[in-house]
Design a protein around this ligand. Structure first.
Ligand SMILES: NC(=O)c1ccc[n+]([C@@H]2O[C@H](COP(=O)([O-])OP(=O)(O)OC[C@H]3O[C@@H](n4cnc5c(N)ncnc54)[C@H](O)[C@@H]3O)[C@@H](O)[C@H]2O)c1
Length: 298
């Protein structure tokens, strides 16, 4: 990838001190060297990626898509259904996505059709960004103890198993290895008030990341999750008392602030790139450090 693809001219001023035998002479020589050095750059030129989970311009997946595209990748984007399409279509156009298809992971066959379209058009894939989660309103707002088996299974299917399913469909296309990414939240590992059913579902997603990383590692396919801090998005609006959660972050996080979607996008770009070729099975926190704190006195 990356090194050597962009070059920068560098002027260096060097001082050479020469010491003679008869007399010690210090020569200060100013030399201007002009040389070509490789500049570090996150470059996804000629890479092809799939981004699933854009609902609108506030979506974390949209930020990731913009960063992938700005780094040179070609992207396949999806929309949930006809109702969602008008919000996502202008975004797909903005980044000239050559593949733009519906994808409701609860609809049998839609994921298969999406991957078949990618196979036909590109023949292969380099990375995949999964940013979808869903739970029935009564389960999201109610106690976990009251969650029905059906509701639990539905949330697991959409928010967790869909990532496993996508990994399976992507595996044959990732012929040169690649990067699979998903989004999690701190509520996977510690109790967060009002996160309810999504807590155990995200815990299962994080465990799936590790098992998939283990299984796909020998094919140079990396699997990671970004555990993002709270950001106001459409999905976040379904969580009760979300503003309190944001306030708590500002109070407690080492950086004393919330994060923005762009910071998630940048981390996603890193994980998709060759700068992360040795990172797999990881939960990468992009949360202003919130997760390291235990007891904090305000
Ligand atoms: N916003 C946050 O504070 C935050 C923090 C940590 C993790 N996350 C996670 O980030 C991911 C993206 O959420 P977001 O905050 O960007 O909100 P968002 O509402 O923009 O994105 C959620 C996406 O899930 C999609 N989706 C829901 N059901 C689906 C289905 N059956 N099939 C296909 N797609 C479906 C929606 O269409 C939408 O695009 C989610 O996994 C969420 O849990 C969000």
């Amino acid at each position: 990838m990356v090194l050597g693809t962009r070059r920068v001219r560098r002027s260096t001023r060097i001082a050479i001190i020469a010491i003679g035998t008869d007399l010690a002479i210090a020569h200060l020589i100013d030399t201007v060297l002009t040389q070509e050095d490789p500049m570090e750059a996150l470059d996804l030129t000629r890479r092809r990626g799939l981004v699933v989970g854009i609902a609108n311009e506030h979506s974390l997946a949209w930020s990731a898509a913009q960063h992938f595209r700005n780094a040179g990748a070609d992207l396949a984007l999806t929309y949930l259904n006809d109702k969602a399409k008008p919000f996502v279509e202008p975004l797909a156009r903005q980044i000239s996505a050559p593949i733009f298809l519906p994808c409701n992971v609860s609809e049998p066959g839609q994921l298969e059709a999406l991957f078949e379209a990618i196979r036909q058009q590109w023949g292969r894939l380099d990375f995949l960004f999964h940013a979808i989660a869903w739970a029935r309103k009564q389960d999201l707002h109610g106690r976990l103890i009251d969650c029905s088996a059906d509701g639990f299974a539905e949330s697991m299917l959409v928010s967790c198993h869909s990532f496993i399913h996508m990994a399976k469909l992507a595996e044959p296309l990732l012929d040169k290895g690649g990067s699979l990414m998903t989004l999690s939240y701190y509520g996977a590992e510690k109790v967060v008030d009002h996160y309810n059913v999504m807590g155990p579902v995200k815990a299962a997603l994080e465990a799936s990341v590790r098992y998939l990383a283990h299984e796909l590692g020998p094919k140079a396919i990396r699997v990671n999750a970004i555990s993002a801090g709270a950001v106001k998005t459409r999905a976040a609006s379904g969580i009760e008392h979300f503003d309190e959660l944001l306030n708590e972050t500002v109070q407690k996080a080492p950086l004393r602030r919330t994060i923005d979607a762009c910071e998630v996008g940048r981390a996603a770009l890193l994980l998709a790139s060759d700068y992360a070729t040795a990172i797999t099975g990881e939960i990468l926190y992009v949360d202003a450090g919130f997760h390291i704190e235990g007891m904090v006195f305000h």
